[in-house]
Design a protein around this ligand. Structure first.
Ligand SMILES: Cc1ncc(COP(=O)(O)O)c(C=O)c1O
Length: 373
């Protein structure tokens, strides 16, 4: 079946007790046993799992081409649950342009536990080859990266990681399974902040991991979620599931709009560079074209006149909302270094855009008036 059909139907079943098409939201924190002490259903207690979360997981796993999925309270909770399976002495490689929260998590929490993380320019395969060590247990990949939109060749990076037996994780939040399927390129685990495109309406927080195999790693992460408590709530699971149904439609429009916005910015005299893999001039274009079906709704650009000019331009927009986050129907603009705070590595003149579903002409007109000197 084609992708659009799969997204509408994945994990869907008619509720057997009522005939309802929409899945029920089960709020119960505890689940009863029968007279023989057997659980009546599949669940015992909400922190171990709940039926609404299970429906989301059953939908997500096949859409990413995986064997199983686990839903979490946030994208960070999902990624950190995987990090929590590492043992003292392990080595982890992170992209130098990974979502900043994971860099901070590795530095502030993994380091004191004896797990060392190094940052690598993952778009340069020789840098990964040079950085990997026999004790590297996890290679973290994020493509396109946040916020510089760097593209990593997934097949090549994964084959390098394989040689030392390291687990590979791909943060697929920007691309979504509509545009990029890392498991089909050899990845062990795919991460999503479902807060973003999968939720799609800036009103749900969640995360998910999809596993290529339902084996020991899946079980260790499930144990971490159960005991450490980073579970998804039933309502947030339900919202993420609803978002999945329209994801192919939205990603097509996000991608088409972003390409038009990127082209307009690329031609603008106030803009010194545009980071969008859909532009033929972008250094990641040829790899992105091979491993993505379109280039997504995220882009960033730099303002030639520097930091203050970038902040001024953000302040002048009328249609774009000045806010962090991404993946909703509405277009967002932010001075990225401000949002990331003290640990930011982002160039100070960089503006990040989450291109929404408005008409691209309106979006471009607003950016042009905001950038006019
Ligand atoms: C690429 C990426 N991964 C992970 C996360 C973390 O997700 P959450 O905010 O749901 O914890 C974000 C958040 O912005 C992100 O952009």
């Amino acid at each position: 079946m084609k992708l659009d059909t799969l997204f509408v139907h994945a994990g869907h079943r008619i509720d057997p007790s009522t005939g309802a098409l929409a899945p029920p939201i089960h709020l119960s924190t505890t689940f009863a046993r029968d007279e023989r002490n057997e659980l009546i259903g599949a669940n015992q207690y909400i922190r171990e799992g709940n039926p609404t979360q299970s429906v989301l997981e059953e939908a997500l796993a096949p859409l990413e081409g995986g064997a199983a999925a686990l839903a979490f309270a946030s994208g960070m909770a999902a990624g950190v649950a995987l990090m929590q399976t590492l043992e003292s002495g392990a080595h982890l490689l992170l992209p130098n342009d990974a979502y900043y929260g994971f860099r901070v998590a590795a530095n502030d929490f993994l380091r004191p536990w004896g797990i060392r993380a190094d940052l690598v320019a993952m778009e340069d395969v020789s840098a990964l080859t040079a950085a990997i060590r026999p004790e590297t247990r996890l290679v973290w990949l994020e493509t396109p990266s946040n916020p510089l939109m760097k593209i990593t060749d997934l097949e090549r990076a994964i084959s390098i990681a394989r040689k030392t037996g390291a687990t590979t994780l791909v943060d697929n939040t920007f691309a979504t399974p509509v545009l990029q399927r890392p498991i089909s390129l050899g990845a062990d685990v795919v991460l999503h902040a479902t807060t973003k495109y999968i939720g799609g309406h800036s009103d749900v927080q969640g995360g998910a991991l999809v596993f290529a195999e339902k084996g020991g790693l899946y079980e260790r992460v499930q144990h971490a979620r159960h005991i450490l408590g980073a579970v998804a709530s039933p309502f947030n699971s339900w919202l993420a599931l609803r978002g999945l149904r329209t994801l192919p439609l939205r990603m097509a429009r996000h991608s088409a709009n972003a390409l038009e916005v990127a082209r307009a910015l690329d031609a603008h005299p106030a803009v010194s560079s545009v980071h969008y893999p859909g532009l033929e001039s972008d250094s990641g274009h040829s790899v992105a074209r091979r491993q993505m079906s379109a280039f997504g709704g995220m882009l960033s650009f730099r303002v030639g006149a520097g930091r203050e000019a970038a902040i001024r331009a953000v302040g002048r927009t009328r249609l774009w909302t000045r806010a962090t986050s991404l993946g909703g129907v509405e277009s967002l603009i932010e001075h990225r270094a401000t949002s990331e705070g003290a640990t930011s590595r982002t160039p100070p003149d960089l503006i990040r855009l989450s291109v929404g579903l408005e008409h691209p002409d309106d979006l471009i007109e607003d950016l042009e008036q905001a950038l006019a000197v």
